[in-house]
Design a protein around this ligand. Sequence first.
Ligand code: UGA
Length: 441
Amino acid sequence: MNIAVVGTGYVGLVSGTCFADSGNDITCVDIDENKVKQLRDGEIPIYEPGLKTIFDRSIREGRLRFTTDLEEAVKDAEIIFLCLPTPPGADGQADLSAVLKVAGQLGKMITDYKVIVNKSTVPVGTADRVREAVAENTDAEFDVVSNPEFLREGAAVEDFMKPERVVIGTSSERAAELMTTLYEPFVRSGNPIIVMDERSSELTKYAANAMLATKITFMNEIANICEKVGANVDNIRRGIGTDSRIGKRFLFAGIGYGGSCFPKDVQAIHYTAGQNGYDFKILDSVMKVNEKQKVSIVKKMEDYYGTSDFSGKTFGIWGLSFKPETDDIREAPALYIAEELVERGAKLIAYDPEAIETFKKATTKEVLDNTTFVLNQQDALVDVDALVICTEWNEFRRPTIDRFQDHMKKAVIFDGRNLYDLNRAKKSNITYISVGRPSIN
Ligand code: UGA
């Protein structure tokens, strides 16, 4: 099939590349000339495991092209994917200006039947607004479809190639058939393509992310209670996760959820509910609890040291990205933790396998002035008063624990991701303070 993908951000690039890999002809469009040039030169601006291999192959075999010319890209396309930014506006609602602008332009360009697909996460009712914006400028036949993506950063290629489900929101049979044909190669294992109306499809995306954010937050609150009553959240996780109605996944307590999706989507669905006269109380609590959870580790450090004055102390930080296998630091707990520690007078030595540069761009001047960035995990231990673990990169899971004693002033670890087994930590003679588990002193 001939497909145009408008927007070469994270979603557009992953979708375009993966569609090309299943044999389609893809033209990706972006208004950013430098980005298009970079992509044409074979450079991918994001870090995503597995993407480069299929990107290179699709380009080599001529199925993946990049242009700044929207008209050229959509001329022969049967399906046009809109993968455009929808940043949160001041009121918490997604800003649709980029999507509606392109919809208007498409109206002026299309002359034969097209399926126009919203792939970005957009508020309920956006398909109708896109339809109106296109229709204003054309008499050609077209359908607007909602097709939310459920990709996880760091596993996006895997998620795209083998989705647990594909959701297609359209009331047009013609569009549903084209979309189903496009997605069939990805669900050969029998996973469903679920066709529904546009509004339900738009809301499905928010409901999924809000449910997952709530699940994590619930476990974080259980962890907070564990700390008060002397229980261990690992045991609770195993004890409840084996109930298939609850499920084993997404039950890991820690220092809160971050990223570009959960925080934004929880806020957006909460706002949509409010706009429609419904007070979505549980999500209000989720947002408040998560905000506190992100810096809960700093409170534990204050309790340990018996003061909120950290001047004269240096802390090592392992992990800056909001989760492993990405350089994305949006809403990353490490950003907030670093700020709080520096505000209390501490100096930091920070290490992350991928996210140092993105972190530097996003953090404050105060943090930059008081942080040394190092290129391996060991260097972040040298002469520090304590280590703070903010992201569960695999390489942090099995360090030789004894080395903590060798390098650090004192082997004290504040672990926001519960990486180490408590019995092992006990034997190693370290001070180990984690989330929802008894502290080891
Ligand atoms: C999330 C969803 O998982 C995807 O399905 C969705 O497509 C995507 O948002 C999106 O809307 O685009 P992502 O933000 O990449 O994906 O990251 P996740 O792996 O879901 O993790 C989100 C946050 O939850 C991270 O901060 C992670 O550390 C935290 N988390 C996750 C926990 O604290 N505990 C867990 O058990 C799981």
